[in-house]
Design a protein around this ligand. Sequence first.
Ligand SMILES: Nc1ncnc2c1ncn2[C@@H]1O[C@H](COP(=O)(O)OP(=O)(O)OP(=O)(O)O)[C@@H](O)[C@H]1O
Length: 364
Amino acid sequence: MIALDDITLDYPGPGGQTVRALHGVSLRIQPGEVFGIIGRSGAGKSSLVRCINLLNRPTQGRVAVAGTDLMALPPASLRAARREIGMVFQHFNLLSSRTVFDNAALPLELAGMGRSEIRERVTPLLELVGLSALADRYPAQISGGQKQRVGIARALASRPKVLLSDEATSALDPETTRSILALLQQINRELGLTVVLITHQMQVIRQIAHRVAVMDAGRVVEQGAVLDVFTRPQQPITRSLIDEVMPQTLPTSVRAHMAALHAALPAGHAGRLLRLIYAGERAEQPVLSRLIREHGVDVSILHGQMDEIQGQTFGSLAIYASGPAGSVQAVAAALAASGVQVQDVTDEMKAARASDEMKGPGHV
Ligand SMILES: Nc1ncnc2c1ncn2[C@@H]1O[C@H](COP(=O)(O)OP(=O)(O)OP(=O)(O)O)[C@@H](O)[C@H]1O
């Protein structure tokens, strides 16, 4: 549906210099999917998403939407192509002097549509976004979540094939965010619209995206199905973004417990702190208990959490495994062979523990 090839974008900078915001970004977004683009502030997300409708014209590269090379279009054809691409904004961009209805109707008025046709088009849209009862209110008389619903209705008025969402929920509280994301999900499912959303919150990606691209310093550094990226993050930036929704750092008291177990190991025994990450059916298989029996290791479960992404279970478990030297490695290898991701974080935790001790008792 959307093909971005080798997109470079330069902004004019101070003193005639240029600021390179995008460095050769390529992405493929399939029809009907919800594609998330995540990154920290300044990573280049807005710059990239605005290339999709040529609000930013790339310095180099190619932008194709539904097979049309947008950069090759003359202005009139580009205006028509843009009507196929709706956009919602973080700060809603509503006109304060127009009612809810008239804000949603604006693109149709601008396109010269007659009043009765506009009414036929906008009335069901206001129903879809849950604002039928507020059609005659002005933006100052509705909440932030409701304003975003108007923004969504306006974006849908031209019956686009693609909806771009530029931090649409960043100005909203968590509950309103969830309801707006649920609405976007409903629109994706019921209207078959391709949705591209940019965000700095993994929570948003987890709730509705099918696939995700992670951006850092103007580049896509990692991309894939959301469950894969959550369970097998490759880049430090991805891990730190996931950490915000699924904290991977063990609490101080748990680190102290691990240190005590480690200090009490008998001679000839080894102990390792392992983080197990598992997804889908593997989350339900009794792999761990079987391995404990087979290899004669002791396992203390230190910390764990389970979650769900679009109906798929995934979780992480921190365990301290100890036993005769060699047996712990055998368990780790057997777990990895069964499809569970195994990270040995013993040294990482020892370093964190050393820092706990330097800070002294009572420090959390
Ligand atoms: N109009 C502009 N002129 C010059 N530089 C710009 C302009 N817009 C963005 N930049 C720069 O381009 C880089 C990417 O900015 P961009 O807004 O795309 O990032 P972002 O990931 O969307 O960040 P945020 O979440 O804070 O909006 C930044 O270094 C930014 O300072």
